[in-house]
Design a protein around this ligand. Structure first.
Ligand code: IPE
Ligand code: IPE
Ligand code: MG
Length: 251
């Protein structure tokens, strides 16, 4: 039976994951780093299935950061190849499960043949309604914010909006994530406790969960642990417990 993301079950609507630890997973086995990324792709499939099954509406996966361009060229091109393979092997099933694919980040920096494949996949799944799989590719939170500032500036110059109309709500409409809600739960695997430039604005009130499990080993049981931890927390958004409890009684 699948769960509903209503206030009863208290499931997150949007989960964002920093999929870290592929390299260490491989190193421990004396394998090339790329083998870790290959195993990591299997975890991606598993995580998508988990979310679809449990009624989580949005899953954002940090697949490649703006800083990851600094990695050795062989690793970068290997990751691009894996991304292509992932789309080739998973797209049909993603589509059959009514999942819409989208990306955030600077796709222009990716090789043109990769961009074409991604855009075709986005197009094919654009009408799907049951879940959004959002892949962060060449994504950086700071870059996202700077781009938004530049677009707001342009809109003001063009007379499309007034400076006085620039609020948090209107500003957000210029971020890459404009069409989706902020993440409720942000998970990082691999043991590091940092954001590494992921969804900086959007995570202002996300619940953070750090797992020491390396991404290729992150399975349904680990995912459920993160969900259970999330469900046990009280999100106060600056208020006090009593206010949240009163709100809960009203709804
Ligand atoms: C995360 O795993 C995947 C990407 C950044 C693409 P890493 O490759 O960072 O793995 P570790 O941190 O070296 O173990
Ligand atoms: C963050 O992991 C980026 C992705 C998971 C895509 P990194 O491994 O690049 O982060 P740092 O360098 O350890 O902060
Ligand atoms: Mg890492």
């Amino acid at each position: 039976m699948s769960f509903q993301t209503d206030s009863q079950s208290n499931f997150p609507r949007h989960v964002a994951i920093v999929m870290d630890g592929n390299g260490r997973w491989a190193k421990r086995r004396l394998l090339p780093r790329l083998e870790g990324h290959r195993q990591g792709a299997k975890s991606v499939r598993r995580a998508v299935e988990f979310c679809r099954r449990n009624g989580i509406e949005y899953l954002t996966l940090y697949a490649f950061s703006t800083e990851n361009w600094k990695r050795p060229q062989g690793e970068v091109s290997g990751l691009m190849k894996l991304l292509m393979q992932f789309i080739d092997s998973e797209l049909e099933e993603i589509h059959a499960n009514d999942i819409r694919l989208m990306t955030i980040g600077d796709l222009k920096r990716l090789p043109p043949h990769v961009v074409e494949k991604i855009q075709a996949a986005i197009e094919k799944t654009s009408q799907n309604k049951s879940m959004v799989l959002n892949i962060a590719l060449s994504y950086g939170g700071r870059q996202d914010i700077v781009n938004a500032v530049l677009q707001v500036h342009e809109a003001i110059q063009a007379g499309k909006i007034e400076q006085s109309e620039v609020t948090e709500e209107t500003f957000e409409q210029y971020l890459d994530t404009a069409s989706i809600p902020d993440p409720d739960l942000l998970i990082r695997t691999g043991g590091e406790q940092r954001l590494s430039n992921f969804l900086l604005w959007q995570s202002a009130y996300a619940e953070l969960y750090f797992s020491t499990v390396l991404w290729p080993d992150f399975d349904d049981a680990e995912f459920m642990k993160a969900i259970e931890e999330y469900r046990s927390r009280q999100r106060r958004f600056g208020m006090i417990s009593e206010q949240i409890e009163a709100e809960g009684r009203r709804s």
